[in-house]
Design a protein around this ligand. Structure first.
Ligand code: PRP
Ligand code: URA
Length: 208
């Protein structure tokens, strides 16, 4: 069974509370998603492997450790795009793949419309990014896609998750660890997370 990591950092809790507020503007929403992703990225990357290198300071030669190229970020379009910049600033050598999925309004099933992934994805630690884990259909489908391309080490990072979505991903992908900023109460009858924050893509891109 995969691990579920629920963030406990006070700054994350603070920012998630503002993110939920319906009065939060598109600009603020975008900034908050970026800041939360940055803080979560610190947790989700803590087991990256290090390679020893020699460093010459102005005074002496010493040994240092670096994270060599090993990460691929895979945002789920659209809303996952809001988390990319933060992770790219933490891991500048990361490659970025994109998986386009939308939820059919009636069936709530994910529909794939785009996929472009790094060719060496099977060698990389993949971080699948999506602010919302609702029924879990979209995240589980995106993980299926990267696995079909050979990815073996995969983590999922979501800001708000419903227990139903966590279970879906854990059942389908027991090898994938899940990082969430908040584990919310439940889904409503339309598949929206409660208390949630509404439609993440619309709030991020102002398409309300
Ligand atoms: C939202 C969200 C997730 C998905 C979560 O995307 O960004 O991708 O719903 O729901 P699920 O866990 O039930 O699959 P949406 O389908 O609204 O597409 P968008 O990002 O293009 O708005
Ligand atoms: N997608 C969203 O953007 N919000 C939800 O609450 C559920 C799915």
């Amino acid at each position: 069974m995969s691990n579920l990591f629920v963030m406990e950092h006070p700054l994350i809790k603070h920012k998630v509370s503002i993110l939920r507020n319906k009065e939060t503007t598109v600009k603020e929403f975008r900034e908050l998603v970026n800041e939360i992703a940055l803080l979560m990225g610190y947790e989700a990357t803590k087991d990256l492997t290090l390679t020893e290198v020699e460093v010459e300071t102005p005074l002496v030669k010493t040994k240092g450790q670096v994270v060599e190229k090993q990460v691929a970020l895979v945002p789920i379009l659209r809303a996952g795009l809001g988390m990319v910049e933060a992770l790219m600033s933490l891991i500048p050598a990361a490659k970025v793949g994109h998986v386009g999925l939308y939820r059919d309004h009636d069936t709530l099933q994910p529909v794939e419309y785009y996929c472009k992934l790094p060719t060496d994805i099977e060698e990389r630690q993949v971080l699948v990014l999506d602010p919302m884990l609702a029924t879990g259909g979209s995240s589980a489908a995106a993980i299926d896609v990267v696995k079909k391309r050979g990815a073996k080490k995969i983590k999922l990072m979501c800001i708000i998750a419903a227990p139903e979505g966590v279970k879906t991903v854990q059942d389908a992908h027991p090898d994938v660890d899940i990082y969430v900023a908040s584990l919310d109460e439940k889904l409503n009858e339309n598949g929206y997370i409660l208390p949630g924050l509404g439609d993440a893509g619309d709030r991020l891109f102002g398409t309300l």
